[in-house]
Design a protein around this ligand. Sequence first.
Ligand SMILES: *Cc1c(COP(=O)(O)O)cnc(C)c1O
Length: 428
Amino acid sequence: MHGFAYKNGSLFCENVDLQTLAETHGTPLYVYSANTILDHFRRLDQALAGIDHEVAYAVKANSNLSVLRLLAKENAGFDIVSGGELYRVIKAGGDPAHCTFAGVGKTRAEIEYALQQGIYSFNVESEAELRYIDQVAGDLGVVAPVAVRVNPNVDAKTHKYISTGKSENKFGVDFGFIEEVYDRASKELKNVKLRGLQMHIGSQLTSVDPFVEAVKKVAPLATSLKEKHGIEFWSIGGGIGIVYRESLESGAQDWWDKKADAERPLTIEEYGASIMPLIKDLGLNILLEPGRYIVGNAGVLLTHCLYEKKGTAKTFKIVDAGMNDLIRPALYEGHHEIVPLKEPNAERLKVDVVGPICESGDFFCQDRELPDFQPGETVALMSAGAYGFVMASNYNTRPLPAEILVDGSTATVVRKRQTLDDLLVGEL
Ligand SMILES: *Cc1c(COP(=O)(O)O)cnc(C)c1O
């Protein structure tokens, strides 16, 4: 479900006409629906109601301060992967005591900063890192709360670039070694407190089965670590997938209701119902680290069609957004629905929608049947709220797009479009 739909022939975000936003603020333009973000957060929170739990939003999916502020007001936790993200969370009013710090390559400066701010836990990805955190905490005269990330070696059945829970991935400590790591740490490391256990098997999982498999496999380990080392939390990670292929249609409850059970994409209710029985009696605080699920379908990227080029083999629609604005198609063959802001008729044409960047990988679709749109018209790339703006770059010396947050009938610019002067800041 999300807040994007046609009303009287025009695409709206909540009660705001996207065409008006494009005309007022220019394109490319990211637009987010505040109430979609809140709805997703609350539903996930609700799915675990009745047990000790925390939904720790994965900041890297969309780290705009206003998005973080929305979630901080809901008392969300935050899963961060850098000192920069911790800085953002604090600026947005988030509580460091509800932050977990993930990532395979934390630096000394980042570890010190996180210790000074009093985060809830470092989610540690190797024994070497664990020993380093112990040393830094010792130097500062504090105790570092830690959890080790277990790599459960289950197949998340997602794109290879976003699969993280197999032994060949760089993430976490092998399932077979993990208890020894806790045992050695408890004997040898005096400046860490073994506070929890963490896992995260991958992103954009569209079936509940790999989650269930991983939770079943790791639950006995969590119990054993609780008995032996007194751990208090288990983070079962993020990775809940969203609808990309029928993104616009999936905004309506109707679309979900009409699907047969076997065809319905993973819902949060199904996720909760499948996972809850496996975790509810462990006596552990259960953390979730969703990123994409919270913000993915809550955002679109608006782009203006500049030209049409008809070749012998193909028709190209050339738009003013490029892979520097939204890299998912180029990076992981990500699919984004492309819909005109003016509600189209049923006619479809096979086209490539491409950006202005000097790379052949700079396309948003190839040979896709789309409703026709012409130069001068604006289209929306759907499901662009997660891993969209945060991965944007200045490649080809292009300013970063502006970001708008819509709440009901109010649209607020939550990040200004970069100017050409912004692009030169700090250069000689
Ligand atoms: C990226 C990441 C997440 C969030 O993944 P989503 O697929 O966006 O839910 C959660 N935990 C860790 C450790 C991550 O690296």
